[in-house]
Ligand binder design. Structure first.
Ligand code: SF4
Length: 362
């Protein structure tokens, strides 16, 4: 089959509607997670990844997952990995056996399998060089790299990033700037509860703002409470982590321009409306198929439950594509993804003609 023959339209009964950003809209992305490998060259103290595991997803095993996810309404493949698993000999050996020249080629193949099943990829695999990102920007819709904090002393002895050299803030900033140079939408954010001060959080948000002002490509900022990975209960209202996260969301909403959406670990909070009242505008990835790949013991509530409570408060709750409408309109995507997104862009433009916030069924 040639690329011209690949037919990935948004069909007549598709449940994603083109809409214009508006203050009464709360969005979410219906996503499925694929963890490529938990091997990571870093060992952050708060993460269960890292070390010398040699697990690696077999590319063709992802097809049935992508198919089932698409059937369940997913539009996003959230592809996650420990950083540079190809640092480990056992993993490089698998690439050799499977016929890949590099880790990056392997990522491209899995992303393409997702695309062929009608999913768009958000890639969250840690640092990528400019040339690696350029190659992958052909097939991925968004890249993700959490800035986390600007504090360099977190890499000192007995600190959270002592064994995570690539958590150097300058390296994370470079990633975000590289995405900007490539016109690639990026998701970033900060961690709450790793020893930072309120001022540190503001510094991190200001840096994100600065990058967005320069490149115009930050689509979503995650304000992430640092939770134990095996947590299975939501945060207690009034606890320090709960309060600090809400306060940071509030400040982020004040500092960042409206076109930058704000989200958090929604399934860690008991009440979605409290998040929205503080400034959350997007619920992030809701896994209708599968579970949150990091906090596997912390399930999402049914989508209908979020919908009910959000609509009861006079907001519209809309499913979005992994790439924001605003970035689709200005074509921050590759020619290849255009096979999927160009049709959507046309409908989006049509829906904006009257300068009204109307929804137009496709
Ligand atoms: S770099 Fe990411 S995946 Fe690796 S140990 Fe740190 S948080 Fe976990």
């Amino acid at each position: 089959m040639t690329e011209d023959q690949i037919e990935l339209p948004i069909s007549a009964n598709e449940d994603i509607l083109p809409y214009l950003d508006s203050s009464d809209i709360i969005t979410y992305s219906n996503a499925v997670d694929i963890i490529l490998s938990s091997a990571c060259r870093n060992q952050c103290t708060y993460c269960s990844f890292g070390g010398r595991q040699k697990d690696l997803v077999v590319p063709y095993s992802t097809i049935k997952v992508f198919k089932a996810a698409r059937k369940a309404g997913a539009r996003e493949a959230n592809i996650v990995s420990g950083e540079r698993p190809d640092r480990f000999h056992g993993i490089r050996a698998k690439f050799d056996v499977w016929g890949f020249n590099s880790y990056i080629e392997y990522i491209y193949t899995i992303s393409e399998l997702a695309f062929l099943e009608g999913l768009l990829v958000n890639l969250n695999v840690g640092y990528l060089s400019l040339s690696e990102m350029k190659y992958l920007s052909d097939i991925v819709a968004t890249v993700e790299c959490n800035l986390e904090s600007l504090r360099t002393d977190f890499m000192d002895e007995n600190q959270v990033h002592q064994f995570a050299p690539s958590k150097d803030p300058q390296i994370r900033i470079k990633f975000l700037e590289n995405a900007g140079k490539l016109n690639l939408p990026v998701i970033t954010g900060l961690l709450v509860g790793i020893g930072e001060t309120p001022e540190d959080r503001i510094d991190t948000l200001m840096k994100i703002k600065e990058i967005h002002e320069e490149y115009g490509n930050v689509q979503l900022v995650r304000i992430v409470p640092c939770l134990p990975v095996d947590v299975n209960t939501v945060l207690t209202p009034g606890s320090d982590l709960y309060q600090h996260t809400l306060e940071t969301i509030r400040i982020a909403r004040e500092l960042l321009p409206n076109e930058v959406d704000i989200t958090t670990t929604v399934n860690a909070f008991p009440d979605v409306m409290t998040l929205i009242e503080h400034g959350v505008t997007d619920l992030g990835e809701i896994r209708v198929y599968g579970r949150d790949c990091i906090h596997t013991a912390l399930p999402f509530r049914p989508l209908e439950e979020y919908q009910q409570v959000i609509e009861d408060h006079q907001y519209r709750f809309l499913k979005r594509l992994p790439i924001k409408n605003g970035y689709i309109l200005v074509q921050k995507y590759s020619k290849k993804l255009g096979q999927f997104l160009d049709k959507y862009k046309v409908r989006l433009k049509e829906s904006t003609k009257d300068d009204k916030f109307t929804l137009v069924a496709l």
